[in-house]
Design a protein around this ligand. Structure first.
Ligand code: AGP
Length: 590
């Protein structure tokens, strides 16, 4: 989704600062970009913007200035063209606006502005904001003009505005995230905190309907509905700048896959009061739900098996985008546990708002401190995976499952066993990532990289594992992959298995082993190329990948095998592992 970066301060290379900020936001997914800088010497706003990726572009042609704003656009209204890229100006060229979200009711205002003589050059809803601010500025101050414009807009939006001769940046959010970064005689704005790490760890996450006026040495926050001043509290980011960078790796995905053993160990060792507190809340609740989208939904589904098998406790599961359609039964005794890496997924935020309206308690499992979900929750568990920048979620997903393992054991009074299970899983992953195992997975990728379809089966905890493996394969290698409950093969999907069809079967050493082996044999009997991922080999396997048995946490190293397979398939096909087509790291628009 779109990225926003703004700078105001003592430095005159603000265009370059903003441009570099945009580069660190590329992982969010975008299709055009742009930077605007206010030049006091020329009394003009200079803009450079273009469709396509930032690539080898630069902003060296832009002049010095102390104020600059920048944007990476994910097209919603208007095609991917240079003209439709942000920032957008008004008629005078003295106002520049960037925008995240959808200005739903822009057309009526565009018509009125055209009748008043305003000239539009783009197809975007955003450009209407620039001309509205220009229009209101005839009678109101700049910040009041921005506020009045924002209050006319329906939809979830964040806007940043600058105006020549105004020594400030004005920004407002409702739905789309905005974070203020505090420096020495300089201040920053960004869509997410990780982009601020090279400059500051002192941040404030704007709440919905809050407007910030950023000056070199002063930051003021107010509520655009009430007009009241907001006494905000800065937060200190718990990430280090190198965590947000690629370092020695060739991609964020490879880096994040390799960080998993360390993160699992940290999660295991950090388990303490918070886990016990949350498990007490779960015990007290009547009716509880694990809710997530995409890979996070597979973590949520895995949670239902973990809670049942470890703690004998029932917990429901729902997909975030569907939960809003069947949560009417929720009440003040209900507990909802949304799971989200970004904490900005709109389907989660919207269903949680509905859940809160029904009085349900919200305990979130989230990776980004200060994210919208983090701030709307009654209680939260920080996943602690560090910034995850590859669109394909890896370390955050296994981190989610790790916390669910700990919670399940804590519900059963034995968090120590949970810690032990995670430490064993971490060691198993370390081995998988080592030379021999990793080479074996790479060799498999070379064999099946031209497949049109890949089927992945599992039972019990291996069912969400199969779904997650299929997700990884399809979202970055673009090979159609389908995850299946192995028992469902005979109810239809088996018809699709023909000679040479790659069929991946997860066969951990648990009660599902025998039935799953039968599933593998059924696929083999139809000519499938059976890939066994298990603690021991078997004659039915055409290809075998060993994963050590680490009990109920075996699903975590199994998932890592799937991550590596997807990674190698993608590299083999010469695709971008970090920024797959059509996808964004955080789905902040419906
Ligand atoms: C994960 O590989 C996917 N990119 C995607 O399904 C992701 O898990 C989903 O969009 C949820 O994101 P969240 O965890 O930030 O809410």
């Amino acid at each position: 989704m779109c990225g926003i970066f703004g700078y105001i301060g003592k430095r005159t290379d603000s265009a370059k600062i903003v441009f570099d900020g945009l580069k660190s936001l590329e992982y969010r997914g975008y299709d055009s970009w742009g930077v605007a800088v206010l030049s006091k010497s020329s009394l003009k706003i200079f803009t450079k913007k273009a469709a396509g990726k930032i690539g080898n572009n630069n902003v060296n042609a832009l002049p010095d200035g102390n104020i600059a704003i920048g944007h990476t656009r994910w097209a919603t209204h208007g095609g991917v063209t240079d003209t439709n890229s942000h920032p957008h100006s008004d008629c005078s060229g003295n106002i520049s606006i960037i925008h995240n979200g959808i200005f739903e009711n822009y057309e009526d205002y565009k018509k009125k502005l055209v009748q008043k003589g305003h000239k539009f050059i783009s197809e975007t809803d955003t450009e209407v904001i620039s001309h509205l601010v220009e229009d209101f500025s005839k009678k109101l101050t700049f910040s009041d003009s921005v506020k009045k414009t924002f209050n006319l807009m329906t939809g979830l939006n964040a806007i940043i505005a600058v105006k020549l001769i105004e020594d400030r940046i004005v920004a407002i959010r409702n739905g789309s995230p905005l974070v203020v970064g505090f420096g020495q005689d300089e201040n920053f704005l960004a869509s997410d905190a990780s982009a601020l790490l090279p400059f500051t760890k002192d941040v404030y996450f704007l709440e919905d309907d809050e407007m910030v006026i950023l000056e070199r040495g002063k930051v003021r926050v107010s509520n655009v509905k009430t007009g009241k001043i907001v006494r905000f509290k800065k937060q200190k980011l718990n990430w280090n700048v190198d965590q947000g960078e690629m370092g020695k790796y060739s991609s964020f995905m490879l880096k994040e896959i390799n960080e998993q053993p360390k993160i699992l160990r940290e999660i295991a060792m950090s388990a303490g009061k918070n886990v016990e507190k949350i498990s007490k809340i779960i015990k007290k609740s009547r009716g509880s739900y694990l809710v997530g989208c995409g890979s996070a939904s597979y973590a949520a589904m895995a949670g239902t098996y973990l809670f049942s098998k470890i703690a004998g406790r029932h917990i429901n599961f729902a997909i975030g985008s569907e939960f809003g359609y069947h949560l009417d039964f929720l009440n003040k005794d209900s507990l909802v546990i949304p799971i989200s890496q970004s904490g900005e997924t709109i389907d989660i935020l919207e269903s949680m708002k509905k859940a809160k309206e029904r009085g349900a308690g919200i305990v979130s499992l989230v990776n980004v401190l200060g994210s919208s979900l983090y701030r709307m929750s009654d209680e939260k568990i920080l996943i602690g995976a560090g910034p995850e920048k590859s669109v394909a979620s890896t370390k955050a997903l296994t981190g989610m499952i790790a916390h669910l393992v700990l919670l399940s054991f804590s519900l059963d009074g034995g968090v120590k066993k949970g810690k032990k299970a995670l430490l064993e899983a971490a060691n198993s992953i370390k081995k998988i990532l080592s030379g021999k195992d990793s080479k074996n997975i790479k060799k498999l990728a070379d064999i099946i990289c031209d497949s049109k379809n890949i089927y992945v089966i599992g039972r019990g905890l291996s069912y969400p594992t199969a779904l997650e493996t299929a997700m990884k394969i399809k979202e970055i290698s673009y090979i159609h992959a389908e995850g299946l409950a192995a028992g469902e093969l005979k109810h239809g999907p088996l018809a699709l298995v023909t000679k040479g069809t790659p069929c991946i079967a997860f066969l951990p050493n648990d009660e599902t082993y025998g039935a799953n082996l039968a599933g593998a044999m059924e696929m083999k009997a139809r000519g499938g190329f059976v890939i066994g991922i298990s603690f021991k080999s078997h004659e039915v396997f055409d290809y075998y990948i060993q994963v050590k048995d680490v009990g109920i946490a075996t699903m975590i190293p199994n998932i890592v095998v799937g991550q590596l397979l997807a990674y190698f398939l993608t590299i083999k096909k010469g695709l971008d592992v970090d920024k797959p087509r059509n996808l964004a790291k955080s789905v902040t628009v419906k």
